[in-house]
Design a protein around this ligand. Structure first.
Ligand code: TGC
Ligand code: FAD
Length: 392
């Protein structure tokens, strides 16, 4: 259960009035699920570096996997604002929960839906939507993170199959995945996507241990040692880096909304605590220094909400540019990590305890500010968009 009443979740600029009845219903149902399924378990999972059992199936049951994927393939056919709202509510629980849903939706279901064959869509999408199948997305490599265009993973035509070699690193859900959408270079040096299934000989997924961040999420490697991938597992409808980067547009958009949820959790906790905690005979909320922090949190959350709502409108109209998405990802993650850090101070010593969410959110957001394009890379994308000069 949250420490604050859910009725205190802020809507300072009346943004709810711009949402539809359906958006509000979706938000309420995900909010309720986070309270009943995630909140009671999340501190324990993070403290013990374990995933939440059955998380993906439960996410499937509430319709959080592939919300915008067409219903004929098991999705919910919802709009982009619904997707954003779902991500926001999930990340109020924990970034690991949003990560699970965003990888499955934007990085696995999205490329199969956009670039896959009809057979691939029918074979994989319904099981991914229900959470019976867990997907991973392999782009980053040990030697190539911000610069995926230099990837070394490659595959060659070997008669009736492709032979895949290489390794991917920092892969969310690698140790749990049933399939992985893997980006490698073909014999012409062009990037293409392959669907690699657990059980293919030569494919292994060692877990990355000892993370201080996203501890309720499994991270690992994808290692390919002469893996025979059937030819029908190649994504046929995209060639080039724009394939994986298009998936990132969708996931980065979801993160822009998601981190608002983490910021809201920290803000609401800090506000409640500041009103209850007395020092020098008065609630600490009565002191100007604490009010400054709380007022600035709410200002930044409200600006981030407006940014996301308009980005959602642009996305619904298929007009959102990658650079606009970069701006929102960069701004909102920075906003959330600063609120997590500052709000912890409002709780004094109690702020470091697992009973309160700040340390967990702050540690999680250290990953979120790095993955899906680092804070610096998103700045360079904006810089290139406004100057026309590539500074990478
Ligand atoms: P560049 O030459 O600029 O572009 C190559 C081709 O791609 C096109 N393109 C895009 N297409 C769609 N969406 C985008 N956002 C695109 N950005 C570029 C571009 O038009 C070009 O197309 P074409 O047809 O001319 O070939 O590429 P570059 O090599 O200079 O690199 C550009 C850069 C740095 C922006 C890009 O590589 C980048 O974004 N780097 C960051 C890498 C990153 O974000 N990795 C994320 C890995 S996945 C992950 O972190 C999941 S975390 C999941 C979780 O747990 O939530
Ligand atoms: P590097 O690219 O080595 O960057 C190091 C530093 O150099 C950064 O500060 C960066 O901003 C800076 N830098 C790099 N290039 C430039 C430049 N041209 N100019 C100025 N500064 C520069 N990847 C996946 O493919 N799938 C996943 O599911 C996935 N999940 C992840 C989960 C977690 C928990 C984490 C931490 C990462 C995950 N990633 C995943 C990888 C993530 O996308 C990369 O970590 C990220 O893109 C950065 O790559 P890197 O770590 O290699 O850092």
């Amino acid at each position: 259960m949250s420490y604050y009443p859910l009725t205190s979740i802020p809507d300072y600029y009346g943004i709810d009035s711009l949402l539809t009845e359906e958006h509000l219903l979706i938000r309420q149902s995900v909010r309720d699920w986070i309270e009943s399924f995630v909140m009671p378990k999340i501190d324990d999972a993070a403290q013990h570096h374990t995933d939440i059992p059955d998380l993906m199936k439960e996410l499937g049951k509430i319709g959080a996997l592939g919300p915008y994927i067409p219903e004929e393939y098991g999705g919910s056919g919802l709009d982009q604002i619904s997707y954003g709202i779902i991500m926001q509510e999930l990340e109020r629980g924990d970034s690991a929960v949003r990560s699970a849903a965003s990888v499955q939706s934007s990085l696995v279901m999205f490329p199969i839906n956009e670039f896959g064959s009809e057979e691939q869509k029918k074979k994989y999408l319904p099981q991914l939507a229900s959470g019976e199948m867990i997907g991973a997305f392999g782009l980053t490599e040990p030697n190539h993170g911000s610069d995926p265009g230099s990837m070394e993973t490659y595959f060659v035509d070997n008669g009736d199959h492709y032979l895949l070699n290489g390794a991917k690193m920092w892969i969310t859900n690698a140790p749990l995945c049933d399939i992985a959408v893997v980006w490698g270079k073909n014999e012409d040096g062009k990037v293409q996507g392959l669907i690699v299934e657990r059980g293919f000989e030569g494919f292994s997924t060692p877990e990355t241990q000892n993370k201080w961040s996203l501890r309720a999420s499994k991270t690992g490697e994808l290692v390919f040692n002469n893996v025979k991938v059937p030819k029908e597992n190649l994504l046929p409808n995209v060639i080039g880096l724009k394939g994986p980067l298009s998936c990132l547009n969708s996931a980065r958009y979801g993160i822009s909304w998601g981190v608002i949820g983490a910021a809201i959790d920290c803000y609401c906790t800090a506000l409640q605590y500041a009103k209850e905690r007395k020092q020098f005979g008065k609630p600490i909320a009565s002191y100007q220094l604490q009010q400054k922090k709380l007022a600035e949190f709410l200002t930044e959350i409200t600006k981030a909400q407006l940014l996301c709502l308009q980005l959602g409108n642009l996305k619904n109209a298929h007009k959102a540019t990658p650079a606009q998405i970069s701006m929102a990802k960069r701004n909102n993650v920075k906003m959330a990590i600063e609120i997590a850090r500052e709000s912890r101070q409002i709780l004094g010593g109690m702020g470091i305890m697992g009973e309160f969410p700040m340390m967990r959110h702050a540690a999680n957001l250290e990953s979120v500010i790095t993955y899906e394009g680092t804070h610096d890379i998103h700045l360079l994308i904006t810089g290139m968009d406004i100057t026309g000069i590539n500074a990478f």
